[in-house]
Design a protein around this ligand. Sequence first.
Ligand SMILES: *[C@@H]1O[C@H](CO)[C@@H](O)[C@H](O)[C@H]1NC(C)=O
Length: 514
Amino acid sequence: MYLISGIIFLCTTLTVHHAAKILAVFPVCSKSHFTPGFILMKELAQRGHEITFINAFPQKEPIKNLRDISVEEVKTSLAGFLNNEKLTSLRKMNYWNVMEFVSTLGETYTEVVLRNQNVQNLLNSGEKFDLVIMEHFWNEALAIFAHRFNCPLVYFATGPVSIFNSHLIANPTYSSYIPNFLTTLGSQMNFLERLKNLFVNILCVTYAEFKSIPKQNALLKATFPDSPNLENIVYNASLMFVVSHISIHDPLPLQPSIKYIGGHHVGSLKPLPIKIKQFMENASEGVIVFSLGSILRSCDLTFQQKEVILNVFSKMKQKILWKYERDLDGLPRNVMISNWLPQQEVLAHPNTVAFIGHGGLLGVMESVYFGVPILGIPTYWDQYKNIEDVVRRGMAVKLNLHDLTEETFSNALNEILNNPKYRDNAKLRSKIMQDQPVKPLDEAVFWVEYVIRHKGAPHLKSAALHLTWYQKYLIDIVLFVGFLVITISFFILFIMKYIFFNSKVYVSDHEKNK
Ligand SMILES: *[C@@H]1O[C@H](CO)[C@@H](O)[C@H](O)[C@H]1NC(C)=O
């Protein structure tokens, strides 16, 4: 007993002793970008660190050690991007235009953040920070915070390692077996798929290099004329957190400065609200959980789509719990709607038999964590890839929103519910995700403190960060060796010709002329 309280005492004093000042920058006004950062910041605050948190969802009730710097106006500035119509139109765009869309979105909110009065005040306050953690999402200019406060920088990717963030840490990007996530390719690719993957990767790198980074650089120079070039501050990060896990994503080579923390947001469960609890407990045939996330809302589905969905539901023996943001007439008796769902808690319920979701990474992570098969209805950006990944692992079925009919919808649902393979594979993936030496959130905290303890941990930085692309891929060496081989071959050929043939040829020509 004394030993335990002694250890607890020691732990608390140690935490307080190492309390650090951390600036977190998570300004995207979408819960799937905000929440992963917020969970980590809340935990760091609870462990005694002093957090300054730039975000668009400031707390209504203050949290100890956590100071919000609100950039709520990001919501207004991105309203033209983050709406159903725009996001579902991405499906019809080519890769270049998709990048144009997200990069313009990035440019828009980056500018709003840099020009925000409170942010400006902070930058000019002379405050000191031990670390800056920023979400990386088409916003490189925000790396200026770490430079201004002269402290280590940690990136936080609210998605897997990809062609869009690998370069920040100089992580290898082999087109032969690391699929680009704009495509829905898996890691086992045939010749044509590898060709396509290489092509899309080159397209993405070209876009970033010649369009996106210059835009961010211009933005930075416009706001802070005295700041160094973007390349000098962007490639100086100590670490990159990635919301990814081997239970979902394919194995990749990873630099030691990349840390997978997928599942860190899955936490201690709260009791279910009484109405939902009763509904779920009385479902002897099981419950299907249905949510399309916070951006594409179920109430924005077309009239026909809703009719299809309700018709299919009314014929099911299972109960359906649907995150639906308005009132809905003519609900079948087995369907309950709610404008908010405690998603982790309902997915964790033993009566839950399937999850109908849009393929947002956090929802997919939760489904995998609790071993629930997925009917995925992806609509934009990384959702296709997220769903494709779980389909490949045999725990999901994909249905495109534009293919939604009573027949396709009920077929997909029946497949998920009646073929035991989906449930078995979901359970298997769940075991893999839960089998970890340390909880992902604890691991994230450890690495944050590690970077602070080791003054930016420069020993983690790869030498590849100092190479140009042609040096990294040995193009200069290949060209040089190629040149050498060709030159030497010609030289040898020339000499051989001179020794063995030249005189004969001369002689024969000579004879001919005679
Ligand atoms: C690079 O990061 C280190 C800390 O990790 C910091 O001291 C240094 O000022 C940074 N360099 C630039 C150009 O921001």
